[in-house]
Design a protein around this ligand. Sequence first.
Ligand code: SF4
Length: 619
Amino acid sequence: MNNARPKQHTPLRKPVVVASKKPDMDVHPVLAVILGDQLDIDARLLRELDPARDTILMMEVAQESEHVPSHVQRTVLFLSAMRHFAAELTRRGFNVRYVKLDDANNTHTFSGEISRAVKLAKPARISITQPGEHRVRAMIAGLNGEFSIPVEIQEDEHFLTPPATFAAWAKGRMSLTMEYFYREQRRRLNILMDGDKPVSGTWNYDHDNRVSFGKAGPTPRPHRPCTFKPDAITRDVIKIVAERFPRAPGRVEPAGETFGWPVTRADALVALQDFIVHRLPLFGPYEDAMWTDEPFVYHSVLSPMLNRKLISPRECVAAALDAFEKGKAPLQSVEAFIRQIIGWREFIRGIYDLEGPTYAERNSMRQFGKLPDLYWTGKTDMACMNACIGQVVDRAYGHHIQRLMVTGNFALMAGVHPREISDWYLAMYADGVDWVTLPNTLGMVMHADGTGKRTSVVGTKPYAASGAYIGRMSNYCTKCRYEPAKRHGESACPFTVLYWDFLRRHRARFEKNPRMGQIIKNLDRFGEETVTQITISATKIRLELGIGDIDTPRAPKTDHSRDDYSTKLVPATQLPSLRQLPSKLSHTLSDTLFDATKQEAARRVAVPKKATAKRPKPR
Ligand code: SF4
């Protein structure tokens, strides 16, 4: 590991943000609308309100849990975090109009609830932070013609990159490469820089961060993320969601024993500290590794809180830099985490904004297969898919390499319609929001976001891999009935079969790609009989899974109103029970960051036992 220290580090600069329309501070009263993924207590919107005159509207509308199916834990997390946030605003003296899911007059649409609030509050203007999702932005834009008062849209200061900054970076580039954007971010924000050069002279440690666990598995066992015992608000939400959405996918126990997500900013800050102290040091080298019964490995599991704005990317970066500067985490891991926060996350959001609402309709690989039912249940004899989807059903969580190289890889190679798998990621993960899942899925996972002469926007080649990759990076194959090295036949690994069939199907496209030429040559060495057998095996797999015809154009399935995704009959995997809080939390980070919140959070947090085995040396 590289433990080089920065010669000097200047504080993280806040980006310059300009509101889309200059607010007239003297015009009151204001109706300020706060959505479920805008729970930012430092938002500019709040700073500009007058608690004595203005009203904040927050609303739980069924439409948001039904336009795609929504995992019960995802819905509970949204609603519980919103209720806690509203309570905090009230405590700070704001006048909050909070419309609950079971309120008798709830119209269950954003526009209906804003309309009701306007009639009651009679505001002089409506103010809202720019929504993340194109669909909601269009709805807000539509309000301008509906009321005789101005609708002011504030830029979202949560992000490090104003849309204009991203657009200026992207302008005139033939291809948008994340690595170049990331380097520009490092320079612009002055993070891990030594003058004009990256600290230690290396921009990234990606090449070193592909270590697998070997036969012994992760040693010591990864420290699982701390869980938070549901309070009365969360338990109430769990009950309401179970009654209102009985056919929703995923699992949550009625009493909340299996729901441990942070639902407040205080919880989220403790979760951040928990990652920095216990998992960040080994995050880098093992970020691509997978292991049975280790659903989190060394990942941060912070994205559900980040995407709801309970914590900010600035806090995450500051905490990681603090650990690095105090010698608590190596550069190899700190850089990897910071790259996800200031690089990939901001890049994906920039792409979503830049490409616009029609991005969702792209399908440049022209694959039209149905999403198999196993994605909703995890019921399959493929051990890797069973493990990765099973934990999503139980926990609404999977780390990025499970998403990219198992569930996503399978959908890509099987020929699933990119919009159907994208909607699945949006529906099933606690961190699912459209601006994240769409470019990650359409672009990175499905390699389907090309348009016109551009074959792709996000990636230069598809992340397709055979069972050999999964065998190398996990222990899933050791307990599987399939053989990862076999290319066809009954016992052949479906990943391996579909991998070669995928290359065969898209041969004409890939042979022109300089990064894939060698792989196509390998396919060409097989001979006609082997390729025919692979084609037969792949067709059989698709038939058995109900994927159907992958070549005939069809619209993706978007109406889920009659589907029952509940998985009550699938035996629950054993989740760890919530444990008691140790007498003392370990604090190695700046007390300033946590002082305001740690006492409140400490009353509710339960932290898993500390591992005692020695930490392995990364290879
Ligand atoms: Fe997955 Fe294939 Fe390995 Fe089975 S053999 S776990 S299907 S990669």
